[in-house]
Design a protein around this ligand. Structure first.
Ligand code: NAP
Ligand code: GCO
Length: 254
């Protein structure tokens, strides 16, 4: 009987696109994939921000390029697919917040959040999955949220999008697992980035998060990188359609 050797988390020879990776969680995940051996394509709408991020990763010895495009723009995403070419790993990370009570929310705030946080994952995956299907191999990681399962006032558009992203992850699994494509999600808790800066600057909210989160702290982008490398590697070939909450225990307790 032969026993398995140690699993490999190496991404050597792989090519990864991380949407929304000019800063925050996306940039951290791109760096982690790069340090694990992947060549990385960064993305964001702002070319200057992308160039800055690219220089940062290049300085760390990572093989990196940047592809500026708006992930909500179908034509731009299609053009990016032509420019980037085939990839092995896609992380659908781009996302925004437009916080507002639902009763006062503008249709623009609703549509912009749903388009950026949900529809874009469909558009970008639809662009890059044909080459994964052809090669019978691929990894797609959707950056969900604890708000895929929980909401709070003023986040109705965001929670609806992230709840939809949990189901889109399952739907992608249902259609693409047969081609040896693994589609999973990561559900970060409250992480210290630009997206949550207004909340961290609010002493009452900051104190509530530190009490509500069993770990007693905000998450850091580094807290998410291990799961991303695992899901992007050959160590996760039989994991599919799952969302892993990385939230310091917040969704585990009342
Ligand atoms: P962030 O610091 O604001 O970064 C967002 C990134 O997305 C930026 O690179 C931004 O660049 C890019 N982006 C925004 N709209 C885009 C578009 N239409 N096309 C292409 N790129 C776009 O946010 P973050 O906290 O890192 O969040 C990243 C992801 O994690 C989001 O999906 C968010 O919902 C999710 N998440 C965050 C937390 C948290 O607590 N921070 C928790 C759970 C889930 P440009 O503005 O230059 O385009
Ligand atoms: C908020 C926060 C959350 C976090 C994150 C939690 O307004 O409550 O911004 O939405 O960003 O998604 O996982």
């Amino acid at each position: 009987m032969s026993l398995p050797e140690a699993p490999s988390f190496s991404l050597a020879g792989k090519r990864a696109l991380v949407t929304g990776s000019s800063r925050g969680i996306g940039l951290a995940l791109a760096a982690a994939l790069g340090h694990s051996g992947a060549s990385v394509v960064l993305n964001g709408r702002s070319a200057p921000a992308l160039q800055e991020a690219e220089s940062l990763l290049t300085g760390q010895g990572i093989d990196v390029t940047g592809q500026a495009f708006d992930v909500t723009d179908e034509a731009a995403t299609k053009a990016a697919g032509q420019a980037v070419g085939p990839i092995d790993i896609l992380i659908n990370n781009a996302g925004i917040h437009r916080r507002s009570p639902l009763a006062d929310m503008s249709l623009d705030d609703w549509n912009t959040v749903l388009n950026t946080n949900l529809t874009s994952a469909f558009l970008v995956a639809r662009t890059f999955v044909p080459a994964m299907i052809e090669r019978r191999a691929g990894k797609i990681i959707n950056i969900c949220s604890l708000m895929s399962d929980l909401a709070r006032p003023t986040t109705g558009n965001y929670a609806a999008a992230k709840g939809g992203l949990r189901m889109l992850t399952r739907a992608m699994c249902g259609e693409w697992a047969q081609y040896n494509i693994q589609v999973n999600g990561i559900g970060p808790g409250y992480i210290a980035t630009e997206l949550t800066a207004p909340l961290r600057e609010n002493p009452e909210f900051d104190g509530w998060i530190k009490t509500r989160t069993p770990a007693g702290r905000w998450g850091e982008v580094e807290d998410l990188t291990g799961a991303a490398v695992f899901m992007a590697s050959n160590a996760s070939q039989f994991l599919n359609g799952q969302v892993l909450m990385i939230d310091g225990g917040l969704t585990a307790v009342v």
